[in-house]
Design a protein around this ligand. Structure first.
Ligand SMILES: *Cc1c(COP(=O)(O)O)cnc(C)c1O
Length: 403
């Protein structure tokens, strides 16, 4: 990614003041769901109250500018055009709508990554069983990231899709999306990028990456409401994608036995939707853009580097992140103590973390002989003091190491 000059230093005190949850918890589960800023929660609640006061349809009409703002905000965030965006209820639905809109036949190949998310792989497996398409997992390189050289070797006319997770749920890895995009564009193969964990913590420009489709969620690094997600579909590909289900918003019933699909990405939406959270997502994106994604990445990377260094000093703790470029997700194990026990121990100290088990990323974790990892994911509003609290709590683990 090209950086637009030096990122401004982020005012962490202000970020914390604007985030009510910071007063209650040490929140290191930002890859699960980040704490929302008050402006997001207020926008959602205000709209629910407006609906209660004047009626849901009437509230949507009254708030039409805030509703439509979400498309403009996301377009600014990822460098697309607003009509290339569909707003849906989560990243999985976004990804599925695009994936199941593609046609595969016997012998077609789908190339994916070791880091791939379970839900995506489950969809590949179902599609392979139905159509005879084949799934191939591209190797990792010596750094533990997606091997662009292996992709180059595998790309040929039978490859109908390259689908890659940018940042996996289970580690700090950042896959080389733009290098993948250069190859897929040259080969004329659609590139579907799962940007669920990278959106909001890393700069993303769809033109620079060269992906044709991108899926993302609202509640993770974007700090939006739960139950929100979006899909970007490039104008290059939209005409080739026939959504797996349609309604009177995605299409128009034009004649007795005819309908016409919407020409834009909103063919992947449905008519009924949660307007309050849709407005909230737009507010969250605008809020992130005001901080600046480069500044956010800078702060998140600094904190994650500090956390990895502190963890590595603790006896028995093994940082499990691999890759040339790392982000705000820090994965680790502790010798002799199951990940779930560590998470529970930390929760008792009001420190929120998460775990990933082999069933959420089998191509990756199983290959590394890991059944589960603990995930501590930092955001820009976290502090070095909070990281020190995490490490202090780890050094007090009741059994096993460290002591
Ligand atoms: C969380 C996650 C998803 C799923 O997002 P939802 O909004 O929960 O549907 C997909 N891919 C990756 C890499 C994720 O971490």
């Amino acid at each position: 990614m090209t950086r637009k000059g030096n990122p401004a230093t982020l005012d962490v005190d202000r970020a914390r003041r604007e985030t009510p949850g910071c007063a209650n918890v040490v929140h290191l589960n930002n890859a699960g769901a980040a704490l929302p800023p008050a402006v997001v929660t207020d926008a959602v609640v205000d709209h629910l109250r407006l609906e209660a006061r004047m009626g849901g349809y009437e509230a949507a009409a009254a708030a039409v500018a805030s509703v439509n703002n979400v498309y403009d905000a996301i377009a600014r965030l990822i460098g697309s055009r607003p009509h290339e965006i569909a707003v849906v209820e989560n990243a999985t639905r976004a990804w599925d709508m695009a994936f199941y809109a593609m046609r595969f036949g016997p012998g077609d190949r789908i190339l994916t990554a070791r880091a791939e998310y379970a839900s995506n792989v489950i969809a590949f497996l179902q599609t392979a069983a139905r159509t005879g398409a084949r799934i191939e997992v591209v190797d990792d390189d010596e750094h533990g990231q997606f091997s662009v050289d292996d992709l180059r070797r595998r790309l040929d006319d039978d490859v109908k899709l390259v689908a890659v997770t940018h940042v996996p749920t289970q580690s700090g890895l950042v896959n080389p999306a733009a290098e993948i995009g250069r190859l897929t564009r040259a080969a004329g193969v659609p590139f579907l990028l799962d940007a669920c964990q990278s959106i909001g913590q890393l700069p993303i420009d769809v033109a620079e990456i060269g992906c044709d489709v991108l899926s993302a969620t609202g509640r993770k690094y974007l700090r939006g409401p739960r139950g929100t997600g979006f899909l970007y579909v490039s104008d290059r590909l939209i005409d080739q994608l026939d959504p797996p289900f349609l309604d009177l918003h995605a299409a128009t019933w034009t004649d007795h036995d005819r309908y016409e699909l919407r020409p834009d990405a909103r063919r992947f939406e449905s008519w009924e939707t949660n307007y309050a959270t849709k407005i909230g997502l737009g507010v969250a994106v605008d809020y992130a853009l005001r901080w600046g994604i480069e500044s956010i990445e800078d702060r998140v990377t600094t904190l994650a580097t500090y956390l990895r260094r502190r963890l590595a000093e603790l006896p028995g703790v093994v940082v499990q992140d691999r890759g040339k470029r790392l982000c705000g997700i820090v994965s680790f194990t502790v010798d002799g103590i199951p990940a779930a026990e560590i998470q529970a121990h930390l929760a008792r100290a009001q420190i929120n973390t998460s775990t990933s088990t082999v069933t959420s990323a089998r191509y990756d974790l199983a290959a590394r002989g890991l059944s589960a990892i603990v995930r501590a994911s930092v955001h820009y509003y976290n502090t070095e003091d909070e990281i020190d609290l995490l490490c202090a709590a780890l050094s007090r683990l009741p059994n096993g190491r460290p002591r």
